[in-house]
Design a protein around this ligand. Structure first.
Ligand SMILES: Cc1ncc(COP(=O)(O)O)c(C=O)c1O
Length: 477
């Protein structure tokens, strides 16, 4: 198989030498330094923490920061190019790329090389995706949605703010949780991800500072980077650090995951929740609370109040989703905000997808109407998977620190050494996908953490842990 890279490869992002060094963590292994460096960079590309089309630092800058010779960085980049993981053009530097099919260039690897993993392994166990399979009630919800569909067939089908029955169902849900809400304060989106993207593209300008928790949901960081924001991280739950970061940077935007945080599983207690919400008015900053995981409290049935208070402060915005509660394939999410903002966001989303599909919106309205009957079963299944993964990972890796999260869909595991990239890459080679810590931080730190999700079947989780043990042996020798 030959590797082809685009005739012209334009970088979409530049990674500085210090950021590259942080991302790589402990990259040195036995054998030649250039091989270890190239393989660590390749591991980062494979794991997604160094996205394709990122321009790498110059050989000289990287050599200076890593304290290696220029010959080492030059040889490492040459090896990356040979393996199909980098492309270079005169005047545009070296750009990370993915080889076609994830396979190495013909004739590689040479003797002594680390194994070159195959990205196209459809049998790999997925401990990376944080979406469980559909709830049993899904089929019935679609059947009912089909019955309701004829009433919409004479319309054009473009409801850019969302269908009334769903906007009303979401509004009822907020009202029941103590935040009176009208349907016109709700925008239906194509997943929470679109809500985050439309919020960023509407409220963030190039150079705006945004403060996020670090670690946090990686696509939440990415939408801010893509909107041109400077993204600053503070530890989850540290409201003092959050306030101080907003004050000192002049941030205009805050993104938090208050409930069953991705990836740590922690939640803001009522006092800190109020303190975060108060920042919006006190510091005149938009505070976006991502409540995508709200329904997945696994140990405590006490309801978490929404971040938004009973008022309609235009600076306080909530985002929600049907993905974790019912099914990610529905692609239905929402924003709860002040009416003016809902209209601005509704206009902005039209250039992306015009509107969310009608049948899926009707199905989610059905599911929300019956969520009290559906969600206990969802939580029980996820809880059993969490307990199984926690036990197995603790038994298999006694040197790792494996906290049991009280909610959410993932374990945030401390490996005790900064080898997350290497483990993720070795995992690909062993047929198990895990997410390395640096994906979850705006500065590429957390090189000693990985996120493991418990969204697959018990059999798959057991198989995944066995594969991960083999991957760990590759990393630790
Ligand atoms: C915190 C958080 N926000 C948003 C999303 C994306 O959700 P959706 O599938 O609704 O786009 C996820 C998915 O993992 C998530 O964990």
């Amino acid at each position: 198989m030959t590797t082809t890279t685009p005739a012209r490869t334009s970088a979409v992002r530049h990674l500085s030498a210090p950021a590259t060094a942080r991302l790589l963590g402990a990259w040195r292994a036995g054998g030649p330094a250039y091989v270890a460096l190239a393989d660590a960079l390749r591991a980062a590309v494979l794991a997604g923490s160094l996205p394709a089309l990122t321009r790498l630092p110059s050989e000289r800058d990287l050599a200076a920061v890593l304290k290696v010779s220029r010959t080492t960085t030059s040889a490492a980049y040459a090896r990356l190019r040979e393996l199909g993981f980098a492309a270079s053009h005169v005047g545009s530097g070296t750009v990370a790329v993915l080889p076609r099919g994830g396979r190495p260039a013909a004739g590689r690897p040479a003797a002594g090389d680390a194994p070159v993993p195959d990205l196209a392994d459809e049998h790999a166990v997925d401990l990376a995706q944080a979406t469980p399979g559909a709830v049993d009630a899904l089929h019935d919800a679609y059947a009912r949605a089909l019955e309701a569909l004829p009433a919409y067939l004479a319309t054009g089908g473009y409801a850019h703010l969302g269908l009334d029955p769903l906007r009303e169902a979401v509004a009822r849900r907020y009202t029941a949780r103590g935040v009176p809400t009208d349907a016109d304060q709700v925008l239906v989106t194509t997943g929470a991800q679109q809500a985050l993207a439309v919020l960023a593209s509407t409220l963030v300008r190039r150079g705006t500072t945004a403060v996020v928790e670090s670690p946090t949901y990686f696509h939440g960081i990415e939408v801010l980077h893509r909107a041109g924001a400077r993204v600053v991280g503070v530890p989850p739950g540290d409201v003092e650090a959050l306030e101080s970061a907003v004050r000192t940077t002049g941030a205009r935007y805050v993104y938090v995951v208050p409930d069953h945080h991705n990836p740590t599983g922690t939640s803001l207690d009522p006092e800190r929740r109020r303190a975060v919400a108060d920042l919006a008015a006190r510091l005149d900053v938009t505070v976006v609370g991502d409540e995508t995981l709200t329904d997945l409290g696994l140990d405590d049935d006490a309801e978490l109040p929404p971040l938004a208070g009973p008022g309609t402060d235009p600076r306080l915005v909530s985002v929600g989703s049907a993905s974790k509660s019912f099914w990610g394939g529905l692609r239905v999410g929402w924003v709860r905000a002040d009416r003016q903002l809902v209209h601005r966001l509704g206009a902005a989303r039209q250039v992306l997808d015009i509107a969310t599909p009608v049948l899926e919106q009707l199905a989610v309205a059905e599911l929300l109407d019956r969520e009290d009957q559906i969600l206990p079963g969802r939580r029980a299944a996820v809880r059993a998977q969490r307990d199984l993964l926690v036990e197995q990972v603790r038994d298999t890796f006694p040197t790792w620190d494996v906290p049991r999260p009280a909610g959410g869909l993932c374990l945030w595991v401390d490996l005790g050494r900064p080898v997350a990239q290497q483990l993720a890459a070795a995992g690909v080679a062993e047929g198990v996908q895990v997410s390395p810590g640096p994906r979850f931080t705006p500065d590429g730190s957390a090189t000693d953490h990985v996120r493991l999700t418990y969204t697959r079947s018990p059999a798959a989780l057991t198989d995944g842990v066995e594969r991960l043990a083999r991957a760990w042996r590759r990393v630790t020798g």
